[in-house]
Design a binder for this molecule. Structure first.
Ligand code: ATP
Length: 353
């Protein structure tokens, strides 16, 4: 579901918390709102589920004005995860997660299945945790329950206000990783407030940078990273050099195809298949199941297999890992695997383009 803000303004007394905001958030993506303290991020987020009402302008969800939707229905249709977690202390983990499904009058069997599924999704054993009370959980575990609760009714939109803000760095990293794994499966429209640039770059597909109630810039993460004109955005990015950003980007659309060299079959060992890159600088060997074995420069092929290089990156690796391996191997490309199978190569040129 897309979310669109049209000429949205919000005043607290005489103070303009949001000034004429025009913004479209992307369906099925993680949309980050980042900015300095007091820039209006939380206000913008809470306008979406009408915890706060706008003074002027319209917010559209799937082209429908949210002020035309019953406010309770609107809230039931969205997940909401906040930093303070807000778990009910006298409810068990099960009861906390089941709040919205119960409001939606799901039958008990369906709720139970959903709670178990969600606990597994956030890496907590349902048997062990279902009947615990919030006071029996660590901060990181509570936050996982908070995320599970936000996802409970399988809403299309999930609003997250610094959900990992209060967690120590190690647990935070782990939670962010699980969250990315979950989002890969569920592909929800997520609006995620943070003031942590690392978190924004790690999690965001799209990033909106806010400052004093206005939007300084919005766009795909890759484009925000390359921003050179807006000094506020440059300041937010801080002393991150381009090489550091590579850690937050993956090889997605940069993988180059390879071609199978039919007549080279069995040249080396009868169990292997040969591929090359399109410019035929390298030859790649796989076994009969197409599992990667190694690669060589073309001129070395058939000569000396002891020079066979075995390094590769996984499709999900970030570009910094890829670059590291290239430098280590003194090569300008690295094979890319998915599930041990060779799917292409990544070149140095495509990292810097
Ligand atoms: N209920 C309120 N009454 C008066 N002023 C408010 C109220 N809520 C927020 N503000 C002010 O509006 C501005 C924007 O607040 P908001 O919470 O949206 O900022 P934020 O970007 O989320 O900040 P932070 O990162 O510190 O949470 C701030 O200056 C804040 O003091």
């Amino acid at each position: 579901m897309s979310i669109e803000f049209i000429n949205i303004s919000k005043k607290y007394g005489k103070f303009w918390a949001l000034k004429d905001i025009n913004l479209k958030l992307q369906k099925g993506k993680i949309n980050i709102l980042i900015g300095t303290s007091g820039s209006g991020k939380t206000t913008l987020l809470k306008l979406i589920n009408r915890l706060i009402d706008r003074d002027s302008g319209e917010i559209l969800i799937n082209n429908k004005k949210i002020n035309d939707i019953d406010v309770i229905e609107l809230r039931k249709s969205m997940g909401y995860v906040v930093q303070e977690i807000g778990l009910f202390p006298h409810y068990t983990v099960y009861e906390n997660i089941a709040v919205v499904p119960k409001l939606l009058k799901w039958d008990e069997e369906k709720i139970k299945n959903r709670v178990c599924e969600l606990l597994e999704m956030v890496n907590l054993d349902p048997e062990r945790f279902m009947d615990k009370y919030p006071r029996e959980l660590s901060g990181g575990q509570k936050q996982r329950i908070g995320v599970a609760r936000g996802l409970a009714s399988d809403p299309e939109i999930i609003l997250m206000d610094e959900p990992f803000g209060a967690i120590d760095p190690i647990n935070r990293e782990e939670l962010q990783n699980s969250f990315l794994e979950i989002q890969k499966k569920i592909k929800k429209t997520i609006v995620f407030v943070t003031h942590d640039i690392r978190e924004a770059l790690k999690l965001g597909d799209y990033i909106t940078v806010m400052n004093k109630g206005i939007i300084e810039g919005t766009g795909k993460k890759e484009d925000i990273i390359k921003e050179t004109k807006n000094s506020f955005i440059k300041d937010i990015l801080g002393d991150f050099s381009y090489i550091k950003y590579l850690e937050f980007m993956n090889s997605d659309n940069k993988i180059e195809e390879i071609k199978r060299i039919e007549n080279q079959n069995n040249v080396y060992e009868d169990k292997q298949i040969v591929y090359s890159d399109f410019s035929e600088n390298y030859y790649f060997l796989t076994d009969r199941e197409e599992k990667f074995v190694g690669y060589l420069k073309k001129e070395e092929f058939n000569k000396n297999m002891k020079n066979l290089k075995k390094d590769f990156i996984d499709e999900s690796s970030n570009l910094l890992e890829a670059l590291n391996k290239m430098i280590f191997n003194k090569e300008t490309m690295i094979p890319v695997l998915n599930n041990k199978k060779l799917i292409g190569v990544l070149r140095f040129e495509s990292i810097i383009e």
